[in-house]
Design a protein around this ligand. Structure first.
Ligand SMILES: *[C@@H]1O[C@H](CO)[C@@H](O)[C@H](O)[C@H]1NC(C)=O
Ligand SMILES: *[C@@H]1O[C@H](CO)[C@@H](O)[C@H](O)[C@H]1NC(C)=O
Ligand SMILES: *[C@@H]1O[C@H](CO)[C@@H](O)[C@H](O)[C@H]1NC(C)=O
Ligand SMILES: *[C@@H]1O[C@H](CO)[C@@H](O)[C@H](O)[C@H]1NC(C)=O
Length: 289
């Protein structure tokens, strides 16, 4: 009995899949399937069209010259060079190949800062004041000049006299840069922001002396305001070099650098969320036999 039922059932299934009498496939005729396919074709074409239209309208509202959402970031982020994996600089003084990649990275990064290069592309600006250029009406978004940041400003960390940036002597240089943030307002503090570095608590005995280049550790006001990548094509981000001249060898030293004295308009906006954006932490470990 059970066997006959099974047979019948499988016959029903076969018929459902393809019914030779009504010419139905899975319970639908060819024209019914055709209509369904047509429906989905039209439906997805419509969706794709909507998507393209929305993207198009959005792109129209974007300004190539100024990132639309950047004003949410009140305090600029900071970064270091050379940037090892996970912000670590670790090497053995006696093994040249363990620090060679740091030297290469610094050489490449600083090549555009060569004095000759700077003299060719940028202006010799008066220091300690904003380099403000008209950016409205006719000249809005016109190309703008940028100020020279000569490699020689970095002195011992410029790689000119000491081609190893102190790495060979166990006194490594680390370059600090701020992320590029364009500014809307041009009326701000008249004091330049500066960098200070220190050790995380437990490492304060091992970090030793720190030298800054330029000695003020500051980003000169003449490099601001920044009008954006499209307008200031030759812009060279200002740098501060930090040299660890008496760091303890053979142990991890956790360093934190932070930016002080923010542009005044920004300072009021510093809140809990932004507290960590004006600083960068990294680990130094220099091994010596
Ligand atoms: C920049 O200067 C360094 C050292 O003076 C030199 O080795 C290098 O070739 C220069 N790079 C460019 C791009 O001029
Ligand atoms: C940068 O170096 C060039 C060439 O040595 C020099 O003419 C210029 O005055 C320097 N600029 C600054 C801002 O020091
Ligand atoms: C950028 O530098 C090039 C030379 O490399 C110069 O011809 C051009 O005028 C500069 N552009 C601006 C906007 O300063
Ligand atoms: C370097 O640091 C050690 C302690 O870690 C200290 O005894 C020594 O005086 C320092 N040397 C200089 C030149 O500051």
């Amino acid at each position: 009995m059970a066997k006959e039922d099974e047979k019948k059932e499988s016959g029903e299934w076969k018929e459902f899949f393809w019914n030779p009498r009504t010419h139905e496939l899975l319970g639908r005729t060819a024209s019914s399937w055709g209509l369904i396919l047509l429906f989905y074709l039209v439906f997805y074409t419509f969706l794709a069209g909507m998507f393209c239209l929305t993207m198009y309208v959005m792109l129209l509202t974007l300004d190539d010259y100024k990132p639309t959402w950047q004003d949410r970031l009140a305090v600029p982020g900071m970064m270091i060079r050379p940037k090892g994996e996970a912000l670590e600089i670790m090497y053995k003084i006696d093994e040249t190949e363990s620090w060679d990649s740091y030297i290469q990275a610094l050489d490449n990064f600083l090549a555009p800062y060569n004095n000759s290069q700077q003299a060719m592309t940028n202006d010799d600006c008066p220091p300690d004041k904003y380099f403000i250029q008209e950016d409205s009406g006719e000249v809005r978004n016109n190309p703008k000049r940028s100020c020279q940041f000569n490699r020689t400003i970095l002195e011992e960390c410029s790689g000119i006299n000491d081609r190893t940036y102190g790495y060979r002597d166990g006194k490594p240089c680390v370059l600090i840069k701020l992320n590029r943030v364009t500014s809307q307002s041009q009326h701000r503090s008249l004091q330049a922001p500066f960098v200070t570095c220190g050790a995380k608590k437990e490492d304060s005995d091992s970090i030793g002396e720190i030298a800054y280049f330029p000695p003020s550790g500051s980003f000169n006001l003449m490099y601001y305001p920044y009008y954006g990548k499209r307008a200031q094509v030759n812009y060279s981000q200002p740098l501060v070099a930090v040299k660890f001249t008496n760091i303890t060898f053979n142990m991890d030293v956790n360093v934190e650098c932070k930016i002080n004295r923010l542009f005044s308009e920004d300072a009021t906006a510093v809140n809990e969320r932004d507290k960590f954006s004006g600083r960068v932490s990294f680990k130094l470990r220099i091994n010596k036999m």
